[in-house]
Design a protein around this ligand. Sequence first.
Ligand SMILES: Cc1cc2nc3c(=O)[nH]c(=O)nc-3n(C[C@H](O)[C@H](O)[C@H](O)COP(=O)(O)O)c2cc1C
Length: 198
Amino acid sequence: MSALNLKDIYNSFLKELTAGVKNRDHGMHIIQFGTISSSGPEIRSVVLRRVHFDPLKIFFHTHADSPKIKELLVDPRSSIHAYDKTQKKQLRFSGVSTLVTSGSIYEEQTRKMTASASRCYLSPYAPSTLLNDYHPNLPDIYMNKAPTQDEKLSQYPKMTLIEFAPHTLDALWLRAEGHVRLKANFREKEVSLSWLAP
Ligand SMILES: Cc1cc2nc3c(=O)[nH]c(=O)nc-3n(C[C@H](O)[C@H](O)[C@H](O)COP(=O)(O)O)c2cc1C
């Protein structure tokens, strides 16, 4: 018999994910995002920017011309992995992603983006373009300085917000006294939870 409460454990996993948004040192600040390409699975690190609840949504920023966008337009099925070494908690989500390029959440994220970070979205080449010579892919004028806030907003960055909606979560907590693992199934605002063998 387990004295652990399934809902409490589930909430403790979400608490860690939420901490990853604001705390740059948290293990879940950088998460891994997986997509399906024509040549097989793809995975990369991205910065966790925002989490919504009921229903759960996970957000990050990316460049509109990056290969992951093309992959999502063909097949929105995607996955997110996160691990926090301090809490020894792993999250594995699978779900679908939507591209967001307007609206209040998009505007808020764009406003919050630092001018320095916005340089990535003013790059002369599309990300992942093959180059004959090394190039940092920053605009010449902003190579050594960040755009001012006004410049940033006037040259609207090629930023796309990815909104990931999970269908399932497999969450694992490593503990000396016995690992803990659960499965969450998401259906609109409903979440059904069950234990999984660790
Ligand atoms: C620590 C770290 C954080 C990153 N954050 C982001 C991010 O928030 N958004 C993003 O598009 N790429 C980010 N990247 C770069 C991606 O991992 C990836 O190289 C890039 O997005 C190109 O991916 P794609 O060719 O599959 O589209 C980050 C890389 C690292 C190492």
